[in-house]
Design a protein around this ligand. Structure first.
Ligand SMILES: Cc1cc2nc3c(=O)[nH]c(=O)nc-3n(C[C@H](O)[C@H](O)[C@H](O)COP(=O)(O)O)c2cc1C
Length: 324
């Protein structure tokens, strides 16, 4: 059956973008801009929000935009629309990543069922319940990644956990030993009212900033992160065949598809990406996966023990440019 092009109104664009901005992003930088154009929405990376120490080649920035792109697709599916994304081949100075157009769907997409999870998904950094992640869900997560041209490696054996724990610790120590990295982290620890960054209480902010800037807490953070890797019910590495712009956008869409699939099943995740962020450790992590694919995200999964408040988002007006 032939699908009909859909003329996007400003109101519909607003609803789609409101869902897109609930996507996860590195340090909650929300590095995206959406421009409503005739017939669609253009997604731009906002390089002014890049973390140049933590993410010098914008890899996590592009993955974050990929997550937002997936939310757009799911919200569109929920509205009965098919999305057609034209993705650019290379990084452009203006940051354009993809242009999306929409058509009326002829059949209902199963992805519409993920829409509700956009609103309840959160990064869960605390201890998980001891409940295992079901083998059916593990298969579903792997399938979600595959459908978005990525691969989810399950790394649950004691040997793999040991190796991952060591790499995560090494990554933590390397990052915290770098004063410029610590300064950047402090700059992205913000009171909730600011609307971005990792939320901390307004009262504690000055002390926390000073502590992070001046004290190397690498050993302490390494011990904590190693422990949370060991006790996670499920540990995985999301990887892609290569590491170009398209692959990174695939990684973001695969990540969000898997996160929403998990959320529907009552499972949440958080990330221990240090061995990917520290360039010298990435090849070692790749060796642990036993695959030639490039690691993009190291993810721990489990059933949350409590419901946490949502992290803040910038207002829609700050990230959306309307048609003139
Ligand atoms: C590409 C990417 C990298 C991330 N890396 C980390 C990380 O290394 N450690 C961590 O605790 N959270 C990480 N996060 C999670 C973000 O901090 C989180 O998405 C953001 O604070 C917004 O919170 P929310 O996911 O609860 O909406 C990452 C998210 C993305 C998309």
């Amino acid at each position: 059956m032939k699908s009909h092009p859909f003329l996007l109104t400003d109101h519909t664009a607003e609803r789609l973008i409101a869902s897109a901005i609930l996507a996860p992003s590195s340090h909650n930088t929300q590095p995206w801009i959406f421009k409503v154009c005739d017939g669609g929405i253009a997604l731009y990376a906002d390089a002014s929000r890049a973390m140049t120490q933590n993410d010098p080649d914008f890899r996590e920035l592009i993955i974050s935009c990929g997550c937002a792109l997936y939310n757009l697709r799911v919200a569109a599916a929920w509205m009965g629309l098919d999305t057609h994304a034209k993705i650019v081949d290379h990084w452009r100075d203006d940051g354009l990543l993809a242009t999306l157009t929409f058509s009326e769907a002829t059949t209902r997409s199963a992805e519409a069922d993920l829409c509700v999870a956009i609103y309840s998904r959160h990064t869960y950094r605390k201890r998980f319940a001891s409940t295992p992640v079901s083998s059916q869900l593990v298969l579903d997560l792997a399938s979600a990644a595959r459908k978005e041209h990525a691969h989810l490696h399950v790394l649950n054996t004691p040997f793999q956990r040991e190796a991952l724990g060591a790499l995560i610790s090494e990554g933590d120590c390397a990052q915290w030993a770098n004063p410029a990295w610590r300064k950047e982290l402090a700059n992205w620890m913000n009171p909730k009212r600011k609307g971005d960054g990792l939320p901390i209480s307004a009262l504690a902010a000055p002390i926390a900033h000073l502590a992070v800037r001046t004290i190397d807490m690498g050993e302490h953070v390494a011990a904590r992160d190693k422990h949370s890797a060991f006790e996670a019910p499920l540990l995985t590495v999301l990887s892609t065949a290569s590491d170009d712009l398209r692959s990174r956008l695939h990684a973001g869409q695969a990540l969000e598809r898997a996160l929403l699939t998990a959320q529907v099943a009552g499972v949440q995740a958080s990330f221990l990406n240090q061995p990917i962020q520290v360039a010298t450790l990435r090849a070692k992590l790749q060796a642990v996966t036993g695959s030639a694919d490039v690691p993009q995200m190291l993810i721990r999964w489990g059933v949350p023990l409590e419901q946490l408040p949502s992290s803040p988002r910038r207002p829609l007006e700050s990230v959306m440019e309307r048609r003139v």
